[in-house]
Design a protein around this ligand. Structure first.
Ligand SMILES: [Zn+2]
Length: 375
């Protein structure tokens, strides 16, 4: 273990919440995070579930060098159940859900249909007849995070204290998954809205522990390394300083965070939330930075929902340092972006974006920043 990793292990974990880990009927782990230290979590999962047998495989595209996870078992996953059948609501007598307890603050459990999981049998190999395509069991971990037990709420409707609890849970999971065998990068994210393809309306996010450094992160690390060699400073630090000085695209700022529309935004709505201090991941944020983030993020989310006077579909994606490499080159960042380009139009990733990775944005970042500031 190198020094960087050692430092990571000592970093802050999940704040002050009481943490209770239990098992679901099929052996998956569920972890309750309670603000009340007296809370006892001992409800049993009464469902009859077959034991978990995840079987995801990953294969590396020899032309791009990128891994693709192949998780055919996910086809049978729950698709837009009615509210009374929501698997993320607490259990009620006669209707057991994924959460055996009758209430919860924030809860995390292993995804029933994981793209990456521990305990997948098999070994590293290659696709039969095509030896240049490596294949391997997709060993990592996929978790679901329920932000609140209130089915009809949303992240933007959480209190600052509740939002702060979620930050602590992200920190806990980032540190825990970094210690999970084979995990190379931890990705906390939220998909919100049917337009994004969300199949469950209950306010929740997900956490992926990938068994490799993701292509996007790998590319950003190379750019950061080149910039550092050329200028002696971190590229994100320079962008942050320039955006704060220009002010043109800043949406909100606080003592420890700035939220701005990036000058080269790809999405019709896109906001980056960046801590003023260079930290590799959520687990490394101080109490003050976490509190400040909760306030700033809630402010940003309310502005986003105000844009079209209805809940905005969005993806919120945490960019964190990989577990073992490039930690010194990483600067934590949350990106929130939307496919909604007007009140009644969606942005589709068509030929240029999907085929070539070249983005065409119909909205200028400056226009969107103006609207978000005045919302
Ligand atoms: Zn629900």
């Amino acid at each position: 273990m190198n020094a960087e990793r050692g430092h990571h292990r000592e970093s802050r974990r999940g704040g002050t919440a009481k943490r209770t880990a239990r098992k679901l009927a099929d052996g998956r782990e569920i972890i309750y995070f309670d603000a009340d230290p007296a809370k006892v979590r001992e409800a049993e999962d009464t469902r009859e579930l077959p034991p978990q047998a995840p079987a995801s495989e990953m294969r590396r595209d020899p032309l791009t060098g990128e891994w693709v996870a192949i998780a055919a078992h996910r086809q049978s996953r729950t698709y837009k159940p009615p509210a009374e059948l929501c698997p993320l609501c607490p259990s009620t007598p006669g209707r057991p859900t994924e959460i055996p307890e009758a209430d919860y603050d924030v809860v995390v459990f292993e995804n029933q249909f994981p793209s990456f999981a521990q305990g997948i049998p098999g070994e590293d190999s290659a696709v039969e007849g095509v030896p240049m395509v490596p294949s391997a069991p997709a060993r990592g971990r996929c978790e679901v995070v329920c932000f609140t037990s209130d089915h009809n709420s949303s992240f933007s409707a959480l209190s600052p204290a509740q939002a702060r609890s979620v930050v602590d849970v992200w920190a806990d999971r980032t540190a825990a998954l970094a210690e999970t065998p084979g995990v190379e990068q931890v990705f906390c994210f939220e998909n919100r809205g049917e337009e994004i393809g969300v199949t469950l309306h209950h306010p929740h996010g997900q956490i992926y522990g990938y068994p490799f450094v993701t292509p996007k992160t790998g590319k950003m690390l190379r750019v950061a390394e080149e910039y550092l060699a050329q200028h002696g400073r971190h590229v994100q630090g320079d962008v942050l300083a320039a955006e704060r000085a220009a002010g043109r695209r800043v949406v909100v700022d606080s003592e420890h965070w700035t939220a701005y529309v990036p000058a080269a935004a790809r999405w019709p709505v896109e906001v980056h939330l960046v801590p003023h201090r260079k930290v590799p991941d959520i687990a490394a944020l101080t109490d003050t930075e976490r509190d400040d983030f909760a306030q700033t993020y809630l402010d940003v989310l309310r502005r986003l929902d105000g844009l079209y006077e209805r809940p905005l579909p969005y993806i919120a994606a945490w960019h964190q340092a990989p577990v073992r490499v490039g930690r010194d080159l990483s600067w934590l960042r949350l990106e929130v972006f939307s496919v909604r380009r007007s009140a009644d139009k969606l942005k589709y990733l068509a030929g240029s974006e999907s085929g070539m990775g070249v983005w065409i944005n119909d909205v200028t970042p400056e226009q969107i920043a103006d609207r978000l500031r005045s919302t």
